[in-house]
Design a protein around this ligand. Structure first.
Ligand SMILES: [Zn+2]
Ligand SMILES: [Zn+2]
Length: 274
């Protein structure tokens, strides 16, 4: 049985992956002057305390997007940077204890299977009310100088309107959240997802155009660093679906239901109902 703890792994120089009980990932980076925390988990445990175990530097908090499993830990942090395109969804998702418990209950069987794990994690969710967090709006191209290490925001809508990737040119890593990871979800809408898929494709194309500036992606779920080649797989896959040369099939996998297509390392749920 896997121990019930958050695993912390150093994945590059001054760069740590904090696994949120394998449900999602967040990352702590440090420079000479400052640190940056990319995402905050779903809201189990005190993230400020976790960060202090790794660094005493002041830390900027940057959100890849506003879904509950990335912003939930904000209750122990003062303020963050987020793209305003995700304010609405973040207000809907942010710190609702029952929503966090639902997230744990539905994801643990897939991502962190183990006898009693879901119950143990649910018992750790504080029932306290937390008002919506304060944030500074991110604009495409914004940079943060951590001291000898600069992070740049690249707005990449698709998975959500306010999704952002963060480029660390010094370490040649793109922190890609849920814009690129091992299984991407485009939520279904009554009018279909053609438009969102085109927006997503444009975002992937924007990242791929900058491929000379990074080698690896640090992703929002599953294992930490992966090869950048997956970005090209997503680009070809999204183009194939939009042009009609690739047609997905309806599938159900755990909690996930929808139309999915795969190419190389890419897996795109592009009409996803759950
Ligand atoms: Zn998400
Ligand atoms: Zn997520």
């Amino acid at each position: 049985m896997k121990p019930i703890r958050k695993e912390v792994t150093q994945i590059a120089e001054n760069t740590w992956l904090i696994s949120d009980y394998y449900l999602d990932n967040y990352y702590l980076l440090t420079g000479d002057k400052k640190g940056a925390l990319i995402d905050t988990g779903c809201g189990i445990g005190n993230v400020t305390d976790e960060v202090k175990e790794i660094t005493d530097l002041p830390v900027e908090v940057l959100l890849t997007h506003g879904h509950l499993d990335h912003c939930g830990g904000m209750f122990s942090l003062k303020s963050c940077h987020m793209h305003p395109g995700d304010e609405e969804i973040a207000r809907e998702h942010y710190y609702k204890p029952n929503l966090i418990k639902w997230f744990i209950e539905t994801r643990v069987p897939v991502r962190f299977p183990g006898e009693g794990h879901a119950e143990a994690l649910k018992a750790m969710v504080s029932m306290k009310h937390h008002p919506f967090f304060s944030y500074k709006p991110i604009e495409d191209g914004d940079t943060w100088d951590l001291g000898g290490r600069i992070l740049e925001a690249i707005h990449t809508p698709g998975h959500s309107a306010g999704s952002v990737c963060f480029l660390d040119r010094k370490n040649r890593i793109l922190f890609s959240g849920n814009t690129v990871n091992k299984g991407i979800i485009i939520i279904n809408k009554p009018e279909g997802t053609e438009k969102d898929l085109a927006v997503y494709r444009d975002s992937i194309s924007k990242i791929w155009a900058r491929r000379d500036e990074f080698d690896y992606l640090a992703i929002g779920h599953d294992g930490g660093l992966i090869d950048k080649g997956i970005v090209k797989d997503y680009l070809d896959l999204a183009n194939g679906i939009l042009e009609g040369s690739i047609v997905g099939q309806y599938e159900e996998a755990g909690i996930r239901k929808g139309v999915v297509a795969r190419l190389g390392a890419a897996e795109l749920w592009y009409r996803c109902d759950a």
